[in-house]
Design a protein around this ligand. Structure first.
Ligand SMILES: NC(=O)C1=CN([C@@H]2O[C@H](COP(=O)(O)OP(=O)(O)OC[C@H]3O[C@@H](n4cnc5c(N)ncnc54)[C@H](OP(=O)(O)O)[C@@H]3O)[C@@H](O)[C@H]2O)C=CC1
Ligand SMILES: CCCCCCCCCCCCCCCC(=O)[C@@H](N)CO
Length: 332
């Protein structure tokens, strides 16, 4: 009886493997494709643009600061693989005025053709204790990290649906998979992208459009260098659970997953565990991915509980330390 059940399971798995090429998306061809990268003038966005350019794509870079855009354009052009390739720069704040964002993306499409891939990388972070963060921080981060991605995606989706092809990438964060001390303003903006991505993916899949959510860990970028200046001690200590990644490496993984149309894009072994743990009701792109989630979820939850225990003890130790130093300050 048991043998029969096992045989059935094996048969089903084999069958699923056989049909899996039918449900996996066809990879996007980057040579000659038009790739738009918001936040493309610095850090992860810049490396994503370079990676796509190296593979023959035409690039539109979007950010606010014009001189940074031009400098990055020059840097990217060093990697050209043919003499037709173009890097277009657009200076716009993706979080301000939807009409404006829609307009500049229309102009970009007139110049370089319809957008094949949009990478929403424009974003910023502020850390601090909940009550120390000004309300304007919560509003600004939601506007840039979340609404900025909504605006840019909203402007390109109609053409993608008409052409029945395309890729949309949202750059979330590991802090968009779990909430940590110091990230009360930032984490919700990154969790929001996941909700948007899931709902949007269900809408656009019949049009052969694939959505990817990337969850990078701490990554060595100008934005990260700015962030650590004001990070609470607790956040620093908790973040030491993972090592700092290089932007080039993060970009390579994001571009590979976007080309393949994978919903999940993660980096490193803790990124792998977090992605399995938080897979919830997210779509799967391969049978192997689904099987790994089913098999590993429980054990990763146990490992996760140990991590949570150690994070709680960091927070408690810091609190006791702070109270001690405050009371000695008072007695002085
Ligand atoms: N570095 C890290 O540790 C991690 C980063 N991430 C996420 O990756 C993304 C990139 O981060 P990172 O490379 O570190 O950031 P950087 O600060 O190095 O670069 C941010 C880019 O976004 C642009 N940008 C910022 N605000 C706006 C805006 N309102 N409108 C248009 N462009 C804007 C910036 O240009 P300009 O200022 O000129 O507008 C710049 O090009 C962010 O979404 C971040 O949350 C996720 C996980 C880890
Ligand atoms: C079972 C597995 C458990 C794994 C636990 C992993 C611990 C995660 C620590 C996460 C550090 C936060 C990264 C935020 C990066 C970011 O978005 C900012 N740097 C942006 O500037």
């Amino acid at each position: 009886m048991l043998l029969l059940a096992a045989a059935c399971v094996v048969a089903v798995v084999l069958l699923l493997y056989m049909v899996s090429p039918l449900i996996s998306p066809k990879p996007l061809k980057l040579p000659g494709a038009h790739v738009v990268v918001t936040g493309g003038s610095s850090g992860i966005g810049k490396c994503v643009a370079i990676e796509c350019y190296k593979q023959g794509a035409f690039i539109t870079l979007i950010a606010r600061n014009e001189s940074k855009l031009l400098q990055t354009k020059k840097e990217i052009e060093k990697y050209s693989v043919n003499d037709k390739q173009v890097v277009l720069c657009i200076s716009v704040d993706v979080s301000k005025d939807y009409g404006h964002v829609e307009n500049v993306l229309k102009q970009a499409q007139e110049k370089l053709g319809p957008v094949d891939m949009l990478i929403n990388c424009a974003g910023t972070s502020v850390t601090g204790k909940f009550e120390d963060l000004e309300i304007s921080c919560f509003e600004r981060l939601m506007a840039v990290n979340y609404l900025g991605s909504v605006y840019s995606s909203h402007a390109v989706i109609p053409t993608m649906k008409e052409r029945r092809m395309g890729r949309i990438v949202f750059v979330s964060s590991q802090a968009g998979q779990l909430g940590l001390f110091g990230y009360t303003a930032y984490s919700p903006t990154k969790f929001a992208l996941r909700g948007l991505a899931e709902a949007l993916q269900m809408e656009v899949k019949p049009y052969n459009i694939y959505v990817t959510v990337a969850y990078p860990p701490d990554t060595d970028t100008p934005g990260f260098a700015e962030e650590i200046k004001t990070k609470p001690l607790e956040t620093k200590l908790i973040s030491e659970a993972t090592s700092v990644c290089q932007a080039e490496q993060v970009a390579r993984i994001i571009v590979k997953d976007a080309i393949q149309g994978n919903f999940n894009s993660f980096m490193g072994s803790d990124g792998y565990m977090l992605s399995i743990l938080t897979s919830g009701m997210s779509p799967v792109t391969t049978i192997t991915e689904g099987l790994q989630q089913v098999v590993c979820m429980g054990i990763f939850r146990i490992i996760g509980l140990f991590y949570l225990g150690s994070f709680d003890s960091i927070v408690r130790r810091c609190m006791i330390q702070r109270e001690k130093s405050e009371s000695t300050d008072k007695t002085k």
